[in-house]
Design a binder for this molecule. Structure first.
Ligand code: SF4
Length: 344
């Protein structure tokens, strides 16, 4: 089954319909063990947006399993990745548990509980084979499906493929893992890559970062197989660059989230341009930028905000590379995906 990238696929009998009653493994034993070992009295819990509502129940379960003098605190900060730790809460707790993402940087204090998807990836992988005619194939996935990566690789091998995988850079924990801002794990010796995971953002980034490769998407969440097509996405990005070309006043955003800061990059832009103003913020939203009287913005924080949410901002929002094009430092055809490397 191959569909246009703009269709969402059939949502029946998939992880989407299970989403709200899915049982996750919160690894409570591991948390309790750390609390006891460290004689912790203050424990911070941080959940990604979709699971915040589970926070109080997880805290209740932990309360029942630990001494009465242990206090559990929930982070209310938005959270979209392991780049986004609630450092305020973390500093005030003895144990800090970050749910839903794999570690970006290990620390004694933090327990990462990844919360793996329980959706079966193999039916969609099987459908994807029609789009993978060559013997060599790269395999990548997101943290949510990482628990089955070994099985996925063996399965492809049993189908006769030579499977190429690698661990990317420090920003990535696992072999074959991709992030919305990092596709170094796809720097492999194959012209076709199978991406197993939900959504289109990651495979689009992957296809833009590796334009010489065919990126096939086996999406077990939306039950659909597609081939990444960057054309619409590129048009949208070129549109934003064009609209920003006449900008006189630029807002240069430096994101204060622990894993999203690129200070030198932001500083360099501001130093080079007298009409650029550095704006620091944690959560980058259209509402927060509306009051700034700017003609365009450059976001040095999460590239996903720029490219996925870009159209919602009242003024053009560019990546640092796109800014260089808009001000004439770089040619139009240098447009590429904004990736992040390293941690903090
Ligand atoms: S910077 Fe953005 S894309 Fe990268 S890990 Fe964080 S939330 Fe994901």
């Amino acid at each position: 089954m191959s569909q246009d990238a703009s269709t969402e696929g059939d949502l029946r009998n998939t992880g989407m319909s299970l989403k709200h009653d899915r049982e996750w493994d919160y690894e409570l034993d591991r948390i309790v063990e750390a609390v006891e070992e460290r004689n912790a009295t203050k424990v911070g819990l941080q959940f990604p947006e979709g699971l915040k509502r589970r926070g109080p129940a997880v805290a209740d379960d932990l309360r029942a399993l630990t001494d009465d003098d242990v206090t559990y605190m929930l982070s209310g900060q938005p959270c979209y990745g392991a780049c986004d730790l609630d450092t305020y809460l973390m500093r005030r707790t003895d144990v800090f548990v970050h749910f839903g993402h794999s570690p970006m940087k290990e620390s004694e204090k933090i327990i990462y509980v990844p919360l793996f998807s329980n959706v079966d990836p193999f039916p969609m992988m099987e459908d994807a084979l029609d789009e993978l005619p060559e013997e060599d194939v790269g395999l990548v996935t997101t943290a949510q499906h990482m628990n089955r990566f070994g099985e996925m690789k063996s399965w492809l091998e049993s189908e006769g493929y030579t499977v190429h995988t690698r661990k990317g850079d420090d920003r990535l924990t696992h072999e074959g893992q991709v992030l919305g801002c990092n596709y170094a794990s796809a720097d492999i010796d194959a012209d076709q890559v199978l991406y197993v995971g939900g959504g289109k953002f990651h495979p689009l980034g992957l296809a833009m970062e590796h334009p010489d490769k065919k990126v096939v998407i086996a999406d077990p969440v939306n039950n659909v197989v597609t081939v990444a097509d960057t054309e619409k996405f590129m048009k949208q990005r070129y549109g934003a660059v064009h609209r920003a070309m006449d900008a006189e006043k630029w807002g240069v955003i430096f994101c204060t989230k622990i894993g999203q800061g690129r200070w030198e990059m932001a500083e360099e832009i501001v130093n080079d341009n007298d009409d650029a103003y550095l704006i620091t913020m944690d959560e980058v939203t259209p509402d927060r930028l509306r009051n700034f009287d700017m003609d365009a913005f450059v976001n040095t924080g999460c590239p996903r905000i720029t490219t996925d949410d870009g159209p919602q901002f009242h003024k053009p929002m560019l990546t640092p590379g796109e800014y260089r094009i808009a001000v004439g430092d770089e040619p139009l055809d240098s447009l590429s995906f904004d990736t992040f490397h390293g941690t903090w």
